[in-house]
Structures are given as structure tokens and as C-alpha cells.
Design a protein around this ligand. Structure first.
Ligand SMILES: C[S@@+](CC[C@H](N)C(=O)[O-])C[C@H]1O[C@@H](n2cnc3c(N)ncnc32)[C@H](O)[C@@H]1O
Length: 273
């Protein structure tokens, strides 16, 4: 359908995501719901509203939401959290003290509905019990408004927490007030460490308040074209403190990219000191 070509061009330009023709049927299905909700009779009418008319500007976020893939989990790709705690943390924590900085800064870039950020909060809280004086904060950003709403609510269906060890559940997670609802609430100490925000990684001028010790950007760049990925990796490199770490998803090797970081473990990269 010609209209889907318009969607594909918009998504490529705004979000850096390629929409191959094979995905068009899927996208059509997702957009149909929006059309129905807003009362548009044709895709053309809807797209004229979203992409052309100034009033439709706020609907663009819904369009992006309908198309991006938000799959995530608590403790997804768990070896990264082991590497962070056992290998990276002792070193970056030592450096933080030498530099006289107050806290470690960690960024979950493309955090989806927040599971990655809450997992980071759990493992860093645990590490802080062993390394006395260790303090940290987590910035978690995404382009999807509905994902950020879920992340901020900190409430998840009980079956989502299956990957979380029982001892961590008991320590950090709360049962929702409504016992019949089978919902879990992230505890206050986990929430207190995380700031959620909206950020488009495609925006060349995006601003992040401070240099990061650790960046997790996993299963996000896979949808971007090679040029966008390479630029973003360079941007992450600038955003890291010397000796800082970048974690990417299992299918997002940075082989062949222009960068100064060295690979220290599968899909883990370190900026030189
Ligand atoms: C598959 S999820 C990955 C979530 C998490 N990092 C993980 O590995 O479990 C990809 C996320 O990237 C976000 N995303 C896609 N394009 C983006 C962009 N241009 N800027 C910011 N976030 C983006 C999507 O909204 C989605 O929530």
C-alpha cells in the first residue's frame, strides 16, 4: 500500500528504524486500531492528519508507539548483569572514589517499559551492600510514551517477574494493594534510584545531564541502519567517562565500527582510561 511507504519514510527519518515491506501487514494491523479510535475512514486521511497537519503533531508519538518493538524482560541477557557487578563495578567504583565523584551514573538507553532499569537498580543495590559507600543513580530513557508510563507506574503483572530470584523479590518487590489483581510493585528503594525520561536517540542534539560510567543500550540499535548505529556508538563513547562501559544487545556487535572502545566480553565495550 502506498500509504505505508509514507509511514516507512517517516519512521526511518524520525526514529531511524527500517520498515521492510515484509512488516507492512503487521504495521497496517497496528495502525488500524488508531484509525478506528480516532474515527478516520482511510489511512490517507489519518496520515495526512499525523504527518502533514500541525494539529496532528502529538499523534506522531502514538504512530511511533504503534510501530516500535518494546519486548523486554527483567534480567534479560543475564550475563551482562554478572559482568557489570563482578568485573566492571570494582574498577569503576575505585575510579569514582579517586576522581572524588559522589555517585556512579548509569544509563539505560531505550529502556522500554523499565524492566532493564529496575534490574540494574536491584543488582546495584546488592553490590552497594558489599562495597560500602557506593552510591549510584540510573537514568532510563525511551522514545515510547506508553512504555515510559508503565515504567513510571512501577507496576507489573506477577508473571513478568519470573526471572527475578526469590531472595531479590522478597527484598525489593511489593505485592500490589489489590491482592486479587496479581500485580507487583517495584519497591521504593528501587524506584528512588531511577529517573525516567523521554529521549529520541535519533535526535543528533539530544542532551544527557552527565557523563556516564555505564551505558546499557541493548536491543535498540538493531532496528537502525548502519550509519545511524555508528553515529550513535560514537555519541555513547563521548558520553562515557574514561574507563566507562557500553553494553549492547546480543545481536548488535560493533565489529567494523569506527570507535576507540575495546571489546572486553561478548557485547561489552570499554572506553580507554
Ligand atoms: C526491544 S526494546 C529493548 C528494551 C531493553 N533495552 C531490553 O533490551 O530489554 C527497544 C526499545 O527501543 C526504543 N526505541 C526505538 N527507537 C528509539 C529511538 N530512536 N530513541 C529512543 N528509543 C528508541 C523502543 O521504544 C523500545 O522500547
Amino acid at each position: 500500500m502506498r500509504e505505508l511507504q509514507r509511514v516507512a519514510e517517516f519512521i526511518d527519518k524520525e526514529v531511524g528504524i527500517q520498515l521492510p515491506e515484509s512488516k507492512h501487514i503487521l504495521v497496517e494491523g497496528r495502525l488500524r486500531k488508531r484509525l478506528r479510535l480516532l474515527g478516520y475512514k482511510s489511512y490517507k486521511e489519518y496520515l495526512d492528519y499525523v504527518l502533514v497537519s500541525p494539529e496532528g503533531k502529538h499523534e506522531r508519538l502514538h504512530l511511533i508507539d504503534a510501530i516500535t518493538t518494546n519486548k523486554t524482560d527483567f534480567f534479560r541477557e543475564p550475563e551482562h548483569f554478572d559482568y557489570l557487578v563482578n568485573m566492571a563495578l570494582p574498577e569503576i567504583e575505585k575510579k569514582r572514589r579517586l576522581d572524588g565523584r559522589k555517585e556512579l551514573h548509569v544509563w539505560s538507553a531505550g529502556c522500554s517499559s523499565g524492566e532493564e532499569a529496575y534490574t540494574l537498580s536491584m543488582v546495584l543495590h546488592e553490590a552497594a551492600e558489599v562495597q560500602s559507600g557506593m552510591k549510584f543513580n540510573i537514568l532510563a530513557t525511551d522514545i515510547s510514551k506508553s512504555c515510559l508510563d508503565t515504567a513510571r507506574s512501577a507496576i507489573y503483572p506477577e508473571n513478568r517477574i519470573a526471572p527475578v530470584e526469590m531472595s531479590l523479590r522478597k527484598k525489593y518487590l511489593l505485592r500490589h494493594r489489590d491482592k486479587k489483581a496479581a500485580l507487583v510493585l517495584m519497591g521504593p528503594e528501587l524506584r528512588a534510584k531511577i529517573k525516567f525520561g523521554s529521549l529520541n536517540l535519533m535526535d543528533k542534539n539530544f542532551e544527557v545531564p552527565q557523563k556516564m560510567d555505564v551505558i546499557f543500550c541493548r536491543n535498540v540499535m538493531i532496528y537502525f541502519n548502519q550509519t545511524v548505529r555508528e553515529q550513535l556508538v560514537q555519541r555513547f563513547e563521548q558520553q562515557l567517562v574514561p574507563g566507562g562501559y557500553l553494553f549492547v544487545g546480543h545481536a548488535e556487535s560493533l565489529n567494523g565500527f569506527k570507535k576507540n572502545m575495546e571489546q572486553v566480553s561478548p557485547m561489552v565495550y570499554r572506553k580507554p582510561q
